[in-house]
Ligand binder design. Structure first.
Ligand code: CA
Ligand code: CA
Length: 309
């Protein structure tokens, strides 16, 4: 809006008055802070017996390092498929697009604080073809149609959300919630747009194009992990989450342990982009979706999670 010269002094006077009022207000009654999620209760450190009971039948400790807060192993290895899982701490993080991110979409806003009340194990990589081959053999199932470059070390792909439910039961795990996925991708850095930092880097992920060394799928762990020790959150294959997708969910989602409830035949969240996508979906806050009963895209896979009790 253009301000006419005759009104400039009046406008300046009004602005000065507003400024003085704001200063008086901040010196006295502070403006209300945005609502923060309630503080998570302090975790009770588990006994060795608790840990053994939790892991029985699906995983064992990988190494001797225990998490100081919970008493659980920092890493476990799943019994059925051999996948290593990393313990992600409970706590609060900022979910949604990082301020100043030029690629932000409405579905990633508003950015909001989310408290995850329980630590959880997250697969260090996408589930591989070799792991799925074992699952299929033990359960009399056929493999999905695989791309020609796929070896046992590549991520399994061309999977419907419905396809992975049997695998999850077999391996004793779950899909991550969308919040668990994003916290894991950010690696403890709320200000990171990508799992490794502020800007895209072809040395850190398998996205579209050959510049990163792979025209299509790459074997899992071909790129460096993020600060939580997790690989390929950005790119390679899309990863299913447990939540029902809702473009406007962030405007009303609970601040603690959000999980958009499941309903049959409704779209489900996909995260992380794939080897045929560019920066928009390779970002940690990028959100997409598909329907549970369709094979919409060749490059859809998954990784698994499991929350502490
Ligand atoms: Ca690539
Ligand atoms: Ca991925």
């Amino acid at each position: 809006m253009r301000i006419r010269p005759t009104s400039t002094l009046v406008t300046a006077g009004v602005l000065a008055l507003a400024l003085l009022r704001a200063m008086a207000s901040s010196a006295g009654d502070a403006p209300a802070a945005p609502a923060a999620p309630p503080a998570a209760p302090a975790p009770v450190r588990a006994t060795p017996e608790d840990v053994a009971k939790f892991l029985a039948g699906w995983a064992q400790a990988e190494g001797k390092d225990l998490d100081a807060a919970t008493g659980y192993p920092k890493k476990v290895r799943r019994t059925q498929d051999g996948m290593v899982m990393v313990l992600i701490p409970a706590g609060t993080f900022q979910m949604g697009a990082v301020p100043g991110d030029a690629l932000v979409r409405d579905r990633e806003e508003p950015r909001h604080a989310v408290a995850l009340s329980k630590a959880y194990y997250m697969g260090e990589s996408e589930v591989t073809v070799g792991m799925w081959r074992k699952y299929a053999a033990e359960n009399g199932l056929s493999l999905p149609t695989l791309r020609s470059e796929a070896t046992d070390a590549h991520p399994v792909h061309y999977l419907r959300w419905d396809d992975v439910q049997g695998y999850l039961k077999w391996a004793g795990v779950a899909l991550p919630t969308e919040a668990q996925w994003e916290r894991a991708a950010k690696g403890g850095h709320d200000e990171y747009v990508y799992p490794w930092g502020a800007s895209d880097d072809i040395k850190k992920r398998n996205g579209s194009g050959e510049g990163d060394g792979f025209d299509r799928l790459a074997p899992v762990k071909s790129f460096p992990p993020n600060d939580y020790g997790l690989y390929d959150l950005s790119g390679n294959v899309w990863e299913w989450c447990s939540d029902l997708y809702d473009e406007r969910y962030y405007a009303s989602s609970p601040s603690r342990d959000p999980l958009r409830p499941s309903a049959s035949s409704a779209s489900r969240v996909l995260r992380g982009g794939s080897c045929v996508f560019g920066a928009l979906f390779l970002r940690s806050s990028g959100r997409s979706y598909s329907w549970p009963e369709f094979r919409l895209d060749v490059f859809i896979g998954f990784r698994c999670a499991r929350s502490l009790p």
